[in-house]
Design a protein around this ligand. Structure first.
Ligand SMILES: Nc1ncnc2c1ncn2[C@@H]1O[C@H](COP(=O)(O)OP(=O)(O)OP(=O)(O)O)[C@@H](O)[C@H]1O
Ligand SMILES: [Zn+2]
Length: 578
């Protein structure tokens, strides 16, 4: 995003410097629990303590999350620069932030007012539009729509307000005028406006302190000092422009976020988010612009940054400009949104994540374990799965402990990884109690513990639903609106297979009752057994077809289970059950 990064990325030394810088920031994020030496620098915000602790990139430590208004969080999120497809890097950043938002609202009862800006004018948009021979606005609208569609597909809640840069140019111009009037920016004869970093003394460098803009950027610029950055850029021939007091031009990247955030939230903002690459210089610059405009100190109470997603064996983040991306649309051809959401839950939002087929497989397996447990637990509650006596008190205790552990994990910097582990522990306990027995077993008649399993099912359902995962649509890719229909079709198919299979193994055939079996002669018994064997041989192709269908459905993520008590009597079909 923005106009600083590509210049860095064109040049090998700047690229290296940028990666070192990002790694340093990521390391800072990983060391969440450590206190940074300068942590005491900022006064804690005044307001209402939520009981949550968050890692604040500003102080580089975990702090109590204190909101200005009780039960309400104001949240500004940097949005995408829309000149190309959205990729899994965007997906991971926005899904992880969506999880935080869901936790805030659904677990802690905090309403969130979230604003996200869409960067629809920028060097890269203009360049790409020229290459494609279309207008920058047309290009931006196409990819903006695609981004929104992709987010919907991944079940990311839309922000309260999406705001486009191009629809706020007058506000941006006034914002810059005020910064100039307050003595923190200067104009040049070429029609550029720059922020005067020296004018704010040592208040620059909240995120880094050490990094300055590259000399290469300074070389062909009319700014006074290296660290100064553009608020308004004069337009080159054939570029889109807006008329301003400084001539025809367009806004710099950072100013759009400061203006839009201030236009909605005024001088106070609780939470600001983005990927870790945005901490410097983007967020650094946003802060000083806002402080210069509002004449305040400490704009933005909490800065939360997501770690980067990168491909296995690749140190660089997945990015449009590096062309090393997998689009969200392509990803959803092979995987489901729920599988991606589970992938995101399996790490802390601030850490880097490695994307690979293997890491996806781990998430798929977890969902399958959950799904399988929920199926078994439901069958048990319905009386379809007969089990040994259940130790209810152990399960009630485990459920209560899980609830406490999950909430504590969420209150500790939204630790989704720990929360999922706690739920998997509960499932482990549940599975240990669901020991299937045959219907003839004496255990089969013991009283069922339906209530505790009902409570566990309901809790896990709520937990997943809260985090945007729905087992009801399990294993079905939801590229179109017909997913619900598809689920019904799959269920119909599975039920048909089950009828065919029962016929093939002779479950529904009239048999000689056990009481009468005793009266049969040895020859008659032998005849009866031979008749059964012949029936099974005749119907073997049907069994094989059922088996093949089960394997094929498993390949598509639909697991067909055969209940123990319906098959165990028949030794001959053992090789087909499971
Ligand atoms: N690989 C990634 N991992 C995590 N977050 C990412 C990744 N790539 C982008 N983001 C985040 O997505 C948001 C929008 O990013 P942006 O539009 O700048 O994407 P980009 O692919 O990095 O683009 P560019 O290559 O043009 O800089 C930002 O908050 C950014 O930090
Ligand atoms: Zn921004």
């Amino acid at each position: 995003m923005g106009n600083v990064v590509p210049k860095h990325l064109d040049c090998a030394s700047c690229r290296t410097a940028l990666f070192i810088h990002i790694r340093a920031l990521c390391n800072g994020l990983r060391a969440h629990s450590l206190c940074a030496p300068d942590a005491g620098h900022r006064a804690p915000p005044s307001g209402h303590d939520t009981g949550i602790r968050v890692y604040n990139s500003l102080s580089k430590r975990k702090e109590p999350l204190i909101l200005r208004n009780p039960g309400l969080a104001t949240w500004y999120s940097c949005g995408p620069t829309v000149y190309d497809h959205s990729h899994l890097g965007h997906a991971s950043s926005y899904v992880r932030m969506d999880n935080i938002r869901r936790i805030l609202t659904k677990v802690f009862g905090i309403d969130v007012v979230m604003v996200m800006v869409i960067t629809d004018i920028d060097d890269k948009i203009i360049k790409r539009a020229n290459e494609m021979n279309i207008s920058p606005v047309a290009l931006a609208r196409v990819y903006e729509q695609e981004f929104k569609r992709d987010m919907t597909a991944l079940k990311v809640f839309p922000p309260t307000l999406y705001m486009r840069v191009t629809e706020h140019i007058p506000q941006i111009i006034s914002f810059i005028q005020q910064i100039i009037a307050n003595g923190h920016a200067y104009t040049t004869t070429q029609g550029n406006v720059y922020f005067d970093v020296e004018s704010i003394g040592d208040r620059y460098g909240k995120f880094t302190g050490a990094i300055t803009n590259a000399e290469s950027e300074f070389a062909d610029s009319d700014k006074r000092r290296t660290r100064d950055f553009a608020l308004w850029k004069t337009s080159k021939p054939l570029e889109p422009f807006w008329v301003s007091p400084w001539g025809k031009g367009r806004p710099g990247w950072h100013i759009e976020c400061s203006t839009v955030a201030s236009s909605v939230f005024g001088r106070h903002l609780d939470i600001h988010t983005g990927g870790i690459d945005l901490a410097f210089p983007h967020h650094e610059n946003e802060i000083v612009q806002c402080e210069a405009y509002h004449q305040c100190d400490g704009w933005g109470d909490y800065f939360l940054h997501t770690g980067h997603l990168h491909l296995k064996g690749n140190e660089e983040k997945m990015s449009k400009s590096l062309k090393n991306y997998i689009t969200i649309k392509d990803y959803l051809k092979s995987f489901t949104p729920d599988q991606f959401r589970m992938f995101c839950l399996r790490s802390k939002y601030g850490s880097a994540v490695e994307y690979s087929k293997e890491s996806m497989q781990v998430s798929i397996n977890i969902l399958q374990i959950i799904s399988s447990f929920m199926d078994d637990a439901q069958s048990y509650v319905k009386g379809q799965l007969l089990c040994k006596h259940v130790q209810e008190d152990v399960l009630w205790e485990s459920l209560n402990e899980t609830k406490l552990n999950v909430k504590a994990a969420f209150a500790d910097d939204f630790d989704t990884l720990r929360a999922v582990d706690a739920v998997m522990d509960l499932i482990h306990h549940g599975n240990r109690q669901l020991k299937a027995v045959s219907k003839d077993s004496s255990d089969a008649t013991s009283a069922r513990s339906t209530l505790v399993f009902g409570a566990i099912i309901s809790y896990i359902d709520e937990f997943l639903d809260m985090l945007g995962i729905s087992l009801k649509h399990k294993q079905v890719a939801t590229e179109d609106r017909s997913s619900a229909l598809l689920v019904n079709v799959v269920e119909e198919l599975v039920s048909f297979r089950s009828k065919v299979r029962n016929y093939a193994i002779g479950t529904n055939d009239c048999e000689t009752p056990q009481s009468e079996e005793a009266t049969l002669s040895k020859e008659e018994m032998e005849l009866q057994k031979e008749k059964r064997r012949q029936t099974l041989r005749d119907r073997l192709p049907l069994l094989e077809a059922c088996d093949t269908m089960r394997q094929n459905l498993a390949g598509l993520g639909v697991n067909v289970k055969v209940r123990l008590h319906t098959v165990e009597k028949r030794a001959v079909v053992k090789c087909y059950c499971g």
